[in-house]
Write a protein that binds this ligand. Structure first.
Ligand SMILES: C[S@@+](CC[C@H](N)C(=O)[O-])C[C@H]1O[C@@H](n2cnc3c(N)ncnc32)[C@H](O)[C@@H]1O
Length: 271
């Protein structure tokens, strides 16, 4: 949509304040975003034109991890917290390509994600979408729609892709991830991707300031800090790794870009 045409937003959605989900959707080439979201992303891309590859690399890591969990570790239940807006391929499509019996519950706290997610990601007996907040895991895991879809007495995989980097230090990101553990049966897994403070691209240093002032709440962290978010879990090989270096033999083929050092992936198991 051209920027000079008025955009209509569904009831209850404020198009003038950028959100994580909509800015990320724009980076991925999606259409569920407004001028305010595009303004922030465009400012970042004026500085780092290839910035969208970070989001694309993140999606590759999600596909590889979900495929590995479903095909090789026998996981057939997934909870994707901070799922974001539906995109070309989503967790239930990755999981069910590997195991046709897999079931997925998507969770997000952004009302526009709920509206689009309910329409596009819900499939009876396959996938459900619930509005929920990462900071309230007891509400997420006691949600009736989640419990109709998943059997929490059996292992699940929780996907925390590109969400924990929105949790500020004051809100204790390690504690937030640990707060999920009591709801997970032994043999469950947690997959996490996170913006990475690689310090190897001066343009990114400047872009961080733009993200922070335009959108707020996006924290690049060192890999040692991110590894601590997996405390209490057994970290599986290859540990905390740049998104496209994480099990690069899995589906989607090799896809490498120098900017992929800006995001890392890690997978852990609850024993
Ligand atoms: C950058 S998007 C990532 C989307 C998808 N997980 C991916 O990696 O491709 C982050 C998502 O997390 C959601 N989010 C942020 N904070 C949240 C919270 N406290 N509870 C639930 N969702 C949250 C946002 O609404 C957004 O949809």
């Amino acid at each position: 949509m051209a920027d000079d045409l008025p955009e209509s937003a569904p009831a209850g959605i404020d198009p003038s304040t950028p959100t994580f989900a909509r800015v990320y959707d724009y980076f991925l080439g999606g259409k569920d975003n407004f001028a305010a979201d595009r303004e922030v992303a465009d400012m970042v891309m004026r500085l780092v034109p290839e910035a969208p590859v970070v989001a694309q690399g993140n999606r590759v890591a999600i596909e590889r991890a979900v495929t590995y969990l479903a095909a090789e570790l026998g996981i057939d239940q997934f909870v994707d917290i901070g799922s974001g807006l539906p995109t070309s391929s989503n967790v239930h499509q990755f999981a069910r390509a590997a195991n046709p019996a897999a079931r997925v519950v998507y969770v997000d706290n952004d009302p526009i994600v709920l509206a689009h997610g309910r329409a596009l990601l819900t499939e009876t007996g396959v996938a459900a979408f619930i509005q929920g907040d990462l900071y309230e895991p007891e509400k997420i895991f006691s949600d009736p729609a989640l419990n109709r879809m998943l059997d929490l007495s059996r292992p699940v995989a929780v996907v925390l892709a590109a969400i924990i980097h929105h949790v500020p230090d004051e809100r204790d990101p390690a504690g937030v991830v640990r707060g999920l553990h009591p709801f997970l049966a032994p043999g469950s897994h947690v997959m996490l991707t996170h913006l990475h403070d690689s310090g190897d691209d001066p343009r990114v240093e400047e872009a961080k300031g733009i993200l922070q002032s335009g959108l707020g709440g996006s924290y690049f962290r060192h890999s040692s800090e991110i590894e601590r978010f997996m405390d209490g879990l057994t970290i599986l090989d290859p540990g905390v790794t740049h998104v496209t270096a994480w099990r690069p033999d899995a589906p989607a083929g090799p896809l490498e870009h120098p900017l992929h050092t800006q995001m890392v992936a890690v997978l852990g198991r609850k024993d």
